[in-house]
Design a protein around this ligand. Structure first.
Ligand SMILES: NC(=O)C1=CN([C@@H]2O[C@H](COP(=O)(O)OP(=O)(O)OC[C@H]3O[C@@H](n4cnc5c(N)ncnc54)[C@H](OP(=O)(O)O)[C@@H]3O)[C@@H](O)[C@H]2O)C=CC1
Ligand SMILES: O=C(CO)COP(=O)(O)O
Length: 312
């Protein structure tokens, strides 16, 4: 399909009017869709905002997903309405991904995950970028692809939704680690080693959950690691950088605008790693640092002094 042809106009409701929801709304408007951007602050009710939507896109922070999904359950919706999950996080206690929450709440709807190296400020500025839309429902993924693709936003489909979702979610913890690495001025070799070993860790966790390893070499895995680990625009990276400057976690969080999902994800991930016996050394040191058990320098020493092992 040529991207010079505008996709047919759809009615799209975007839930979550923060940085990411607003950027997605702008992308959808570029393609002439009728767009409603909704948050808890909106004058419209949720039911009014989604009325007549062909597609509902959730760009809500992890902490709000379950309650909004529950509210949507109570609103009659045609079964063909596509739900697109753009949140990158894990639910505390259950460890569910956002798409798993949507699937449980609205089992009869097509669910599509949207994830990739998508720093919202760059997208708002109209810079070129690419993303992935993943679903078990190939047709739904293609509809979302067509709806959002434009000359500055290249959208790929993928049939491994859990892999695409975990790639975007788990890299947030690593972006905190790399923010620490850069904040301590540990150099390019250290950063390359950290990102590469972290990718192995992400693949280990993803494989346990049934994701395909090769998915993590794509945009939502390696691609998003490269974006967030190399940019001061990443809030997760900023949290790590601030910790390396000696800030306490609450100060670091207060110093960024918006949500740094990696903080909560680290806690949920370590719970899963402990329960399922999955080795996640980089994420574990991030978790210990966030908990105040160690300082940034001790995290570096701990990672460097681990038992010697083979690379695989
Ligand atoms: N910013 C980015 O570059 C990207 C972000 N993401 C992901 O998108 C998600 C949102 O990020 P971002 O837009 O940056 O975050 P923001 O903090 O800018 O916005 C969060 C949005 O979630 C809503 N929200 C928060 N808590 C609740 C709740 N308890 N109930 C209902 N709504 C709630 C907020 O609503 P209210 O205004 O009412 O508080 C707000 O609209 C995150 O998971 C993030 O990882 C993914 C790709 C890129
Ligand atoms: O996920 C993102 C870019 O793909 C945004 O990263 P931060 O949440 O760290 O800002």
């Amino acid at each position: 399909m040529s991207q010079t042809n505008l996709p047919e106009a759809s009615t799209i409701a975007i839930l979550g009017a923060g940085a990411w929801g607003s950027a997605l709304a702008k992308l959808a408007k570029t393609n002439q869709h009728r767009v409603t951007l909704w948050s808890r602050q909106s004058s419209q009710s949720l039911a009014e905002a989604i009325a007549g939507s062909d597609m509902i896109v959730s760009a809500i922070s992890m902490k709000g997903v379950a309650s909004i999904a529950q509210q949507l359950q109570a609103i009659p919706l045609p079964e063909e309405t596509i739900l697109v999950s753009a949140t990158k996080g894990l639910e505390p206690i259950t460890g569910n991904t956002p798409a798993q929450i949507w699937r449980k709440a609205l089992p009869h709807h097509p669910i599509v995950v949207l994830s990739g190296p998508n720093l919202s400020k760059e997208i708002e500025a109209g810079l070129p970028s690419a993303t992935v839309v993943a679903s078990d429902d190939a047709q739904a993924a293609q509809i979302v692809q067509t709806a959002f693709a434009s000359k500055n936003f290249r959208v790929y489909t993928n049939s491994d939704p859990i892999g695409v979702e975990l790639g975007g979610t788990l890299k947030n913890v690593i972006a905190i680690a790399v923010g620490v690495c850069d904040g301590l001025q540990l150099g390019t070799n250290a950063k390359a080693a950290l990102i590469t070993r972290a990718l192995m860790e992400i693949i280990r966790v993803g494989s346990y959950f049934g994701a395909r390893p090769e998915t993590f070499w794509g945009l939502s895995g390696l691609g998003d690691l490269l974006a967030t680990c190399n940019s001061h625009l990443s809030r997760n990276y900023q949290v790590g950088f601030a910790l390396a400057q000696g800030k306490q976690l609450d100060e670091a969080i207060a110093s960024i605008s918006g949500t740094a999902e990696g903080v909560n994800t680290a806690h949920v991930l370590i719970g899963i790693g402990d329960r399922e016996n999955i080795a996640v050394p980089v994420s574990r040191y991030v978790y210990r640092l966030l908990n105040g058990e160690i300082n940034p320098q001790e995290a570096v020493e701990g990672l460097m002094e681990r038992d010697l092992k083979s690379e695989s």
